[in-house]
Ligand binder design. Structure first.
Ligand code: ASP
Length: 333
């Protein structure tokens, strides 16, 4: 009898979506129909290590991270360097500098980092600092705590030599003024909740680390914190097993502790794509998902990776020694 793992490898070699096949085997017509059109999209595939993988089309970020690894750097250094690319990019309106503000016009940032030893650092509701991920790294390395928030996080950042800056760009200010005309809070799928970067790297020693950074949902209530800086929700790393990260509507990810769930499912033998799919199913079984986007991305210790989203449109970037490619995630809808 063909073993599950052999089946996955054979399917991957044939370029066939394992998740699509497994779903078609296990579920009703709806899933079969949903998945039959997805055969060219991501399934469990395996890459030679080292690798860097991240949510959305963040190729430059992946490349920066991979350069660190190529120069014998660690995975944790790689992800910290990598996610700083979108943090500094004014055109990326979901991360760092240029991020869309909350309802009162303030740009507030959330970020976290987790290393292969299980160390973790995070900042939430941080204002005026362009690179929240670097502050999260300092929280991890320099304090006895794992998370600092708001003014405390800002004071800590300043004490560590970070510079206070205006993060609201003209473009985000204009968009905000436009939004104020209706003040309707209905984040657009794949647009206003888009581009949070969750990045996972496996370095030359085979060690895994991850980072996640965002300005959160556009026009959120002041004080709102999403999944991205929360351990187990927006990111989780277990160096024995693998790692997972999330993007999309943070409230749904937080309620289901998505990234921790995915790593635990991988521990129990699920492939990364199947684990991501199960985490998505836990969300859609409990709430209305028509206007909801959540995308999960995971990689295991062997370099098998996979992703699954509620809505179409979620992509991720993968970088290895050979190339950087952007891959469509399989979606439920
Ligand atoms: N997950 C982020 C949040 O809820 C949003 C995003 O992925 O863009 O804050």
């Amino acid at each position: 009898m063909i073993k599950r793992r052999d089946f996955i490898k054979t399917s991957a070699a044939l370029g066939v979506s394992t998740t699509a096949i497994l779903s078609a085997c296990n579920s009703g017509d709806k899933m079969l129909a949903a998945n039959s059109k997805l055969l060219s999209q991501s399934s469990d595939a395996q890459e030679k290590l080292p690798l860097v993988i991240s949510t959305w089309n963040n190729q430059a970020a992946n490349q920066a991270a991979f350069d660190v690894i190529k120069n014998k750097g660690t995975a944790v250094d790689a992800v910290e360097v990598g996610v700083q690319i979108p943090e500094a990019d004014p055109n990326d309106q979901s991360v760092g500098y240029g991020g869309r503000p909350d309802r009162e016009g303030n740009v507030t940032l959330d970020a976290c980092i987790m290393d292969s030893k299980g160390n973790y650092g995070a900042v939430t509701y941080l204002q005026h600092i362009k690179h929240p991920i670097a502050v999260a790294r300092k929280v991890m390395d320099e304090t006895p705590h794992v998370m600092l928030s708001g003014d405390g996080a800002l004071q800590f950042a300043l004490s560590q030599g970070f510079k206070k800056e205006e993060l609201l760009t003209e473009k985000s200010k204009e968009d905000y003024k436009e939004w104020l005309k209706t003040s309707e809070y209905k984040p657009k799928v794949n647009i206003e909740l888009h581009d949070t970067i969750g990045m996972i790297a496996i370095d030359g020693a085979g060690d895994i680390s991850g980072a996640c950074t965002t300005s959160g949902l556009a026009y959120k209530l002041p004080g709102r914190i999403g999944d991205s800086p929360i351990i187990g929700a927006g990111l989780f790393v277990d160096n024995e097993i693998g790692a997972a990260t999330a993007t999309g509507m943070g409230e749904a990810v937080l309620r289901s502790v998505g990234s921790f769930l995915i790593v635990e499912l991988m521990r129990n033998g699920l492939s990364p794509a199947d684990a991501c799919k199960e985490a998505v199913m836990r969300i859609i079984q409990k709430q209305s998902y028509k206007d909801l986007q959540v995308g999960y991305l995971a990689v295991n210790k062997q370099g098998e990776y996979g992703a699954f989203a509620i809505q179409p449109g979620f992509v991720f970037a993968l970088t290895t020694n050979e190339e950087t490619k952007v891959i469509d995630a399989i979606s439920y809808l």
